[in-house]
Design a protein around this ligand. Structure first.
Ligand code: HEC
Length: 269
């Protein structure tokens, strides 16, 4: 009904002169906005200022206190945060679904030199920083080598088809990347921000930073089943699985659940 409302003539009421106090208030408010606009204009001209990421005082106010403080998270200090080594970001390459992979692609990757692509000393303009931010967003933090189940599964079609893993119009699975940290060794890079926050749309385009639609639980449950089927020592497999689930979810029940119960939660068969 918005169109009807827009056709309605202005009422006399809206043209009545404002009482004096309101006028004063209004001009104060306008002056305030003018000030904000002016300071925004100034901020745009000043060089890029990088806010401090880990500030102990700010971190203390990060969460509301819990009813039982024993369960509260204890955050690391700012000095510890800044003493950690900075993670290098290596050049990475798209992961194709095997039926869409260009011929000779993996052989080409085998011949690539490792290359560190993030260097803050080279970032000058706002646009440089934006591009670098996207690179950080897509940078994997864990690396899976060729001997592991996930790696071999991704080299075949079953994993994609059985788990309904979406790929882009170009046939790329945007949630993981091939990474060369050592010449001749192509690793599967996982757990980037983009791993969970990239959404493949029905038309095959992607939205970065959205709620992702990579079926993480489903593929994880599937991978665990494949591992179990091949394993000789299922006890040690279960132990690793439990510790991983505990790290990811911290849910007490998961420490004692049997492997089959857990995979059933992740991906109902
Ligand atoms: C393993 C999957 C995973 C990874 C990797 C991941 N996230 Fe998330 N992220 C989530 C999930 C799941 C939520 C929603 C959590 C919730 O609602 O309790 C979330 C929530 C967020 C939110 C809050 C969104 C909102 O609407 O409040 C931000 C911001 C965010 N993530 C940024 C990042 C960044 C930046 C990275 C990389 C440094 C990252 N995430 C890596 C899974 C992930």
């Amino acid at each position: 009904m918005a169109t009807d409302r827009s056709k309605r003539p202005h009422t006399e009421h809206s043209r009545l002169p404002l009482p004096a106090t309101n006028t004063v208030c209004l001009s104060l408010v306008l002056a305030f906005f003018a000030l904000i606009l002016a300071s925004l204009g100034m901020a745009q001209e000043s060089p890029t200022v990088i806010p401090k990421t880990w500030d102990t005082k700010a971190i203390e106010t990060f969460q509301l206190p819990l009813a039982d403080s024993r369960a509260s998270a204890k955050f690391i200090s700012s000095s510890y945060y800044y003493s950690m080594p900075v993670r290098p970001i290596y050049k990475s390459y798209a992961v194709y679904r095997p039926d869409r992979e260009p011929r000779g692609y993996m052989d080409q990757l085998q011949r690539k030199e490792p290359q560190i692509v993030f260097d803050s000393s080279k970032l000058k303009s706002e646009a440089d920083w934006t591009r670098a931010g996207e690179m950080v967003f897509d940078a994997p933090i864990e690396f899976v080598d060729a001997a592991e189940t996930l790696y071999s599964e991704i080299r075949g079609m079953n994993w994609f088809v059985k788990n309904g893993v979406p790929v882009t119009r170009e046939g790329v699975m945007p949630n993981m990347r091939w990474v060369v940290r050592e010449k001749g060794k192509v690793e599967l890079g996982i757990l980037s921000c983009g791993g969970c926050h990239t959404r493949v749309m029905p038309d095959g385009t992607i939205i970065k930073g959205a709620q992702g639609n990579f079926p993480d639980d489903r593929t994880f449950g599937y991978e665990q089943r494949v591992k179990e089927a091949k394993a000789k020592d299922t006890d040690s497999l279960l132990k690793k699985f439990r510790s991983f689930i505990r790290r990811s979810y911290g849910a007490p029940g998961s420490w004692t659940m049997r492997a089959r119960e857990q995979t059933a939660c992740l991906s109902p068969s």
